[in-house]
Design a protein around this ligand. Sequence first.
Ligand code: ZN
Length: 55
Amino acid sequence: MSEKVKDPVCGMEVEKGRICSEYKDKKYCFCSESCKEQFEQSPEKYITDSSGCCH
Ligand SMILES: [Zn+2]
C-alpha cells in the first residue's frame, strides 16, 4: 500500500517515496523532477504553513 501525499508545487496527489526532498525536517514529494526543482529554488513559496500568514 502506498501513501499518497500532495505535491506542494502543482497540487497533484503523488506516491510517497518517488521524487522527494526534505526541507526543515519535513519531507515533500513531487510528481516530477521539474516540480522538485521548482520547490528547491524557492521552498517557502510552496509551503503553506498554517501557523504563519504574511511576511
Ligand atoms: Zn507536480
